[in-house]
Unconditional design. Sequence first.
Lengths: 211, 211
Amino acid sequence: MTLTLYTAPGTCALASHIALEEAGAEYELKQLDFSKTEQLSAEYLSINPKARVPTLITPRGILTETPAILAFIAQAFPSADLAAQNDPFAFAEVQDFNSYLCSTVHVAHAHRRRGHRWADDPVAIEAMKKKVPESVGACFDLIESEMLQGPWVMGDSYTVADPYLFTVAQWLEGDGVDLDRIPHVFDHRNRMSKRPAVQKALNALRKPAVA
Amino acid sequence: MTLTLYTAPGTCALASHIALEEAGAEYELKQLDFSKTEQLSAEYLSINPKARVPTLITPRGILTETPAILAFIAQAFPSADLAAQNDPFAFAEVQDFNSYLCSTVHVAHAHRRRGHRWADDPVAIEAMKKKVPESVGACFDLIESEMLQGPWVMGDSYTVADPYLFTVAQWLEGDGVDLDRIPHVFDHRNRMSKRPAVQKALNALRKPAVA
């Protein structure tokens, strides 16, 4: 199966990138330079009209949302056993965690630099930035106390929830969240960073022009 | 299988409610009164610390995110054929659509009445409200032009993407989106409203105190 993943450094596409590595998938990586607004090119918009990453091109069609791409990788490479795909409840638990990351945690984070999506007034955009440490912090408090079972997100089984949590946890310092209050998340991030799949994905990325 | 769905009128929990009906599931329905902040009761927080709906209680555990609950219902009731569960790519396409609804469309909508999640300044909260017709409208333009295949979201197959789109489309008038510009979404909403499962779900809900 020929797969192509569009990514950009510093984005949530890292989760799909790591999952492809964990699955042992063959894929081509294409990196967009957001500083040159390559995501707005006519060519890219014809592939992904949302003008965001990730985009996964498969022989059957295109997927553009992280939880869907992660579910697809888990199901298309069953031998990697990345999402308990023969157990509807266990599979749904993975989706539950990933949905929270995409709809609540990533969204809280996005108010730091993408406030223009939801308001035009510069005062409003500044007010959104100001609340990010609190709103992202509250999300991670919940992950720390209620959701991260340990050692992996779903307990003993490593799943596609792990690269996604690792990816979102990359943004904690920038979002102004004190890591001391979330020791299990911090430990998870450290252990994830040592996995060969994670190192390979991170090393493949160009360094962003602005850290 | 004993299932319990927590819902509240006017919320996205309607999607899970309709899906349970479509699947022919036996379930108990519990309605929270948000005007009495019942979602913040100690009893409810012990079930769902996110203090939101939906919550689906299953014999194996609890799910609290719409895309996960919809995936679970589709996979736990395979005879209803609600998400192409034997085809990883087709299944992922359903997740792709549902992820967009939860992470982008619902989030854009939420800035109308839940702006306090992302800013404290009343000026910012007003600025967020003001942009909702534009941001939700842009989401539905994309659904209309690129995503809704017709007659159902995924084409000829009715899936759990359909009750979710119907649910989010309930909010269009309140969000100030002109329905004339999205005729396929409007037609989909009309056809959905005639399905017995949808009528049964809507009739089961208490009328909200504030429309």
